[in-house]
Design a protein around this ligand. Structure first.
Ligand SMILES: Nc1nc2c(ncn2[C@@H]2O[C@H](COP(=O)(O)OP(=O)(O)OP(=O)(O)O)[C@@H](O)[C@H]2O)c(=O)[nH]1
Ligand SMILES: [Mg+2]
Length: 339
């Protein structure tokens, strides 16, 4: 069971720009004074907490983050350009630790919170700075300062955006294995999954989000039947539910009954769960008799005002459509939270 997302990354600020050695050269002024400008400052590495991201997945593909160096100073007292800071967006709730000492450097618990994790070097002084009454033509300038660099650990407690519900054997774990790196056990007997699993989903270009696979529910779960309903607490704070229906085996072959029985259990646990948007989807349409029956089921659900998706967690057919809906729900929810 993994509820913590982690990433180890290398960060480095930009070096300061070099100071310049230069002397004024003008007509009729035989020996101009020093006019070498200072180097510019290197960029800082700043972590920025945002709700745009939900996971640390992006950092698994990009480990090194280095800010730009400051520009070198030049003649005529021109200061080098200061480099822009490199802002690294992380999900709200991310904890930043020093990778070596494990010391907690920052806990970015609020939207918009910033933390400067590696400072850029300041620019070196140009030779104009070093002129004194006794030493009027200094031929030296400072190098820019080195930037700070370090390895940091990012840690994020994952919260599920979408919860998967359904009877045992419906294919909940097969679905999450297909769309994420989560690998819960899959088997053709009920109650294979004994504890919740979280999976990070990256679909098309949308920001990644988290889905939760919880143990199957059965009628009477609220009275402790089967695995009971205690696991529903893991999906209380989700934006939506994926309700997976399986009509391939007895005694669950009636999709509508199947659907309402699960909703009944959800409602008995907490009526608020029923207010969440549900993506309702019939699994295992790779089986010919399920595919045949699916048409009638879709029509029946439509009569009741519900879109019934059809898919196969094994072949992947129809899965993209479900992911698209998930993305749009998670995205909408985030927009609402911003208002
Ligand atoms: N033919 C077919 N079989 C499937 C499909 N999806 C899942 N299965 C099979 O259905 C059985 C149950 O799958 P699981 O993913 O373990 O089901 P679950 O909903 O997680 O079950 P519990 O953890 O017991 O609640 C396994 O034998 C899967 O191989 C599908 O799309 N087509
Ligand atoms: Mg399972």
């Amino acid at each position: 069971m993994k509820f913590i997302d982690e990433a180890k990354i290398y960060i480095k600020g930009g070096h300061g720009g070099r100071g310049c050695v230069s002397f004024r050269r003008e007509k009729y002024v035989p020996r101009g004074g020093p006019n070498g400008g200072d180097g510019g400052k290197g960029g800082d590495i700043i972590f920025h907490a945002t709700e745009k991201h939900r996971t640390l997945l992006d950092f698994k593909y990009r480990q090194h983050h280095i800010a730009k160096n400051g520009g070198h100073g030049s003649g005529n007292n021109r200061t080098g350009r200061s480099a822009a800071d490199l802002e690294i967006a992380v999900p709200v709730g991310t904890i930043i630790k020093d990778a070596e000492t494990q010391e907690i450097l920052a806990d970015l618990s609020e939207i918009g919170q910033n933390y400067v994790a590696a400072r850029g070097g300041i620019g070196g002084k140009g030779n104009a700075h070093f002129a004194t009454s006794t030493h009027q033509a200094p031929k030296f300038a400072q190098e820019g300062m080195e930037a700070e660099e370090r390895w940091v650990l990012l840690e994020l407690k994952l919260l599920a955006d979408i919860g998967i519900v359904g009877f045992p054997n419906a294919g909940k774990s097969t679905f999450i294995s297909r769309v994420s790196a989560a690998r819960p056990k899959i088997a053709d007997y009920p109650f294979t999954t004994l504890s919740p699993y979280l999976g990070v989903v990256k679909h098309s270009t949308a920001a990644s989000f988290v889905i939760a696979d919880i143990p199957g529910l059965i009628s009477g779960a609220h009275e402790g039947m089967g695995m009971g309903i205690k696991f529903l607490k893991h999906i209380e704070r989700t934006s939506a539910l994926l309700h997976i229906i399986d009509i391939s085996t007895d005694p669950y072959t009636n999709a509508w009954k199947n659907f309402t029985a699960i909703n009944n259990e959800l409602g008995l646990y907490d009526a608020a769960l029923l207010k969440k948007p549900q993506i309702v989807a019939l699994n295992k349409i790779d089986l010919p008799f399920v595919r045949e029956q699916a048409k009638k089921e879709v029509a029946l659900f439509k009569k009741n005002g519900i879109i019934l998706h059809t898919f196969s967690a094994v072949t992947g057919e129809g899965v993209d459509k479900i992911l698209n809906r998930m993305v749009s729900i998670v995205h909408k929810k985030k927009k609402k939270e911003k208002l």
